[in-house]
Design a protein around this ligand. Structure first.
Ligand code: A3P
Length: 299
């Protein structure tokens, strides 16, 4: 139903004109003011929900897979038979709100929403949030390529042009800086866990163990091993339920580039000139000066 829904929407074939909801860019037709208003004001969070929250390109699909596998004690059957967007829908999208109706608790739900637009009902619930963040230079590079294959997003143009667009936050979901500062205000709360993409890369097993602990899930060593094996870059790239190859090219055109593109840390060094990197660092320092958390990429 989801595929036929998006296949019949001819507007996916055209690059979107973004609209603003409360000052943040969103891309129609997957996002509408109504879907965002519903997500913010009416959506009912359940106490046993787990939210996979990210700024785009920070490891959303990776965490989604880890959560799908943990939910089933490492058994990969669900992850190999059901598309990832039906396992853990993006609850702020028009399609995701339809898909949510079939998701049975305990639910894992994805969101790219900034903190200020997140479901109000979350803040009086016991639901949990896992916030994954990534070196913003690598996020920008990943988004630069992704914008060329996801028909919902405006084409990123040249790297030089996109750098300014990204730094100004004129991209879907707004500024990386505001997103991170907004969510990181929850640091220290017992229902909030944050992890970096780079930590997942460096020590996937150790990260899975930490995630299980946060979720209160006691998986044995074999189950943990299976979560790790089935959530590597190679495993995800090969899993048709996770690599988005089931989507029509009018929605995501992977003839122009792969969703699972490189899966490494530091690819920004192959893209930024020294001057661009210094410019990025200056903007970073200015925008993040009121954030008391130091990330490894600032060192
Ligand atoms: P690259 O474009 O740098 O390769 P999101 O799911 O938030 O859209 O993030 C997508 C990015 O995460 C892509 O980055 C993708 O390759 C990377 N990624 C996804 N799964 C991964 C994994 N298991 N290991 C390493 N990187 C992964």
């Amino acid at each position: 139903a989801y595929l036929s829904n998006i296949q019949t929407r001819s507007s996916y074939k055209m690059p979107s004109q973004y609209f603003q909801y409360k000052g943040i860019n969103f891309s129609p037709p997957s996002y509408t003011p109504e879907s965002l208003n519903f997500a913010e004001n009416e959506f009912q969070v359940l106490d046993d929900d787990v939210y996979n929250v990210t700024y785009p390109k920070s490891g959303t699909s990776w965490m989604l897979e880890i959560l799908s596998l943990i939910r089933n004690n490492g058994d990969p059957t669900w992850a190999r038979t059901v598309p990832n967007w039906l396992r853990c829908p993006w609850y702020e999208t028009v399609e995701g709100q339809e898909q949510m109706k079939d998701v049975e608790p305990p639910r894992a739900i994805c969101s790219h929403l900034p903190h200020q637009l997140f479901a109000k009902s979350f803040f009086s619930s016991k639901a949990k949030i896992i916030y994954t963040l990534r070196n913003p230079k690598d996020v920008m590079v990943s988004l630069f390529y992704f914008s060329k294959i996801l028909c919902l997003y405006q084409d990123s143009g040249t790297f030089e042009e996109y750098l300014e667009i990204f730094l100004k936050g004129e991209v879907p979901y707004g500024s990386w800086f505001d997103h991170v500062k907004g969510w990181m205000k929850m640091k220290g709360q017992s229902n909030f866990f944050y992890i970096t993409y780079e930590e997942l890369l460096k020590d996937l097993r150790g990260s899975v163990v930490r995630i299980c602990k946060f979720l209160g899930r006691d998986l044995d060593d074999t189950a943990i091993d299976s979560v790790v094996e089935n959530s590597t870059f190679k495993a995800l790239k090969e899993n048709t339920m996770s690599n988005y190859s089931l989507l029509p090219t009018s929605f995501m055109d992977q003839t122009k580039g792969s969703f699972y593109r490189k899966g490494v840390s530091g690819d920004w060094k192959n893209h930024f000139t020294v001057a661009q990197s210094e410019h990025f660092d200056r903007v970073y320092q200015e925008k993040m000066k009121d954030c008391d958390i130091k990330f490894f990429w600032e060192i």
